[in-house]
Design a protein around this ligand. Structure first.
Ligand SMILES: NC(=O)c1ccc[n+]([C@@H]2O[C@H](COP(=O)([O-])OP(=O)(O)OC[C@H]3O[C@@H](n4cnc5c(N)ncnc54)[C@H](O)[C@@H]3O)[C@@H](O)[C@H]2O)c1
Length: 278
């Protein structure tokens, strides 16, 4: 636990889907005593962002209710990170309700438009780059404006991936977006350091979230293995002998948000059981 997190205000995008990394980070920050804005897209958007893959309005409210039931403080805001005005409003809502913004977690992402590069459409590319990279840019921009105005520093935490460091087949747009996030993080860290704002990216390896479960099915079929064999092969190549857990990422998030990480910025920090070491 990090005593300095008590009373801090945190926004977590993409945190309204059960079993997601966003949900776990929101709950962990709330357990640390943060006031948490649980945000997600709330409703589907076209063929690229279907209802089956998102945190719905009901999902947002369920996470808020669970945080409150555990004694935490949270409220929900629907926000499509593809729309800059909505991200700006998300930050404004956090400030209206809680008076400030200290921690911005840019977690919203899509990782299910997987195809061979030669079949990838512009729509696929734009959706993935849009949510994963442009959405994180909007989050950084509007959180940083607020944090600079407050004059007390802040924490911006982006959720990258092992795909921020390594290539994966059928995932050109996803890998490009997550590599791009590392560059975005580094530039923002340089600009925001003088304001006491740190900007870091967490790079998880596989976690069986809703998205992760879809990826297990896709990659096992694409590589001609049963899902069981695919997961056994995954465990065999990870030095710690298991894939990541939501809580592993939530712990890293709390650490980066805390005073303990005050001198870390511009990092792309692996949380991968040793699977990724660059
Ligand atoms: N699960 C993994 O193995 C894994 C590994 C590395 C990185 N990640 C990253 O972690 C993050 C969370 O993924 P997850 O695995 O928890 O899956 P998830 O599907 O539970 O979470 C992704 C969330 O992003 C939201 N989202 C999608 N488009 C949005 C938009 N336009 N506006 C706002 N929200 C939007 C979804 O509604 C969903 O709640 C993603 O950025 C993902 O790329 C996941």
């Amino acid at each position: 636990m990090y005593a300095d997190l008590k009373g801090k205000v945190a926004v977590v995008t993409g945190s309204g889907r059960a079993k997601g990394l966003g949900e776990a980070m929101a709950k962990r920050l709330a357990a640390e005593g943060c006031k948490v804005v649980v945000s997600d897209i709330g409703a589907p958007r076209g063929a690229e962002i279907p209802e089956s893959a998102i945190g719905t309005s009901a999902g947002i409210e369920a996470v808020v209710a669970e945080i409150r039931a555990a004694g935490g403080d949270a409220f929900g805001v629907a926000c499509d990170v593809l729309e800059e005005a909505q991200v700006e409003r998300l930050v404004a809502e956090a400030v209206r309700r809680y008076g400030q913004l200290d921690i911005m977690v840019n977690n919203a992402g899509i990782g299910y438009l997987m195809k061979p590069t030669v079949e990838l459409t512009q729509g696929d590319w734009d959706a993935v780059l849009g949510v994963n990279l442009r959405g994180a840019f909007y989050g950084i921009k509007h959180a940083a404006r607020q944090m600079i105005a407050q004059g007390k520093g802040g924490r911006i935490i982006n959720i990258g991936s092992q795909a921020s460091k390594s290539g994966f087949p059928f995932a050109a747009a996803y890998v490009a977006s997550k590599h791009g996030m590392v560059g975005l993080t580094r530039s923002a860290a340089i600009e925001l350091g003088p304001h006491g704002i740190t900007v870091n990216t967490i790079c998880p390896n596989h976690v069986t979230t809703g998205l992760g479960a879809w990826q297990n099915q896709f990659f096992s079929a694409a590589t001609g293995r049963s899902e069981e064999q695919y997961l056994a092969d995954m465990r065999a190549r990870i030095p710690m002998g298991r894939p990541g857990l939501q809580e592993d990422i939530a712990k890293a998030c709390a650490f980066l948000a805390s005073e303990q990480a005050a001198y870390m910025t511009g990092e792309a920090m692996n949380v991968s059981g040793g699977e990724e070491y660059h």
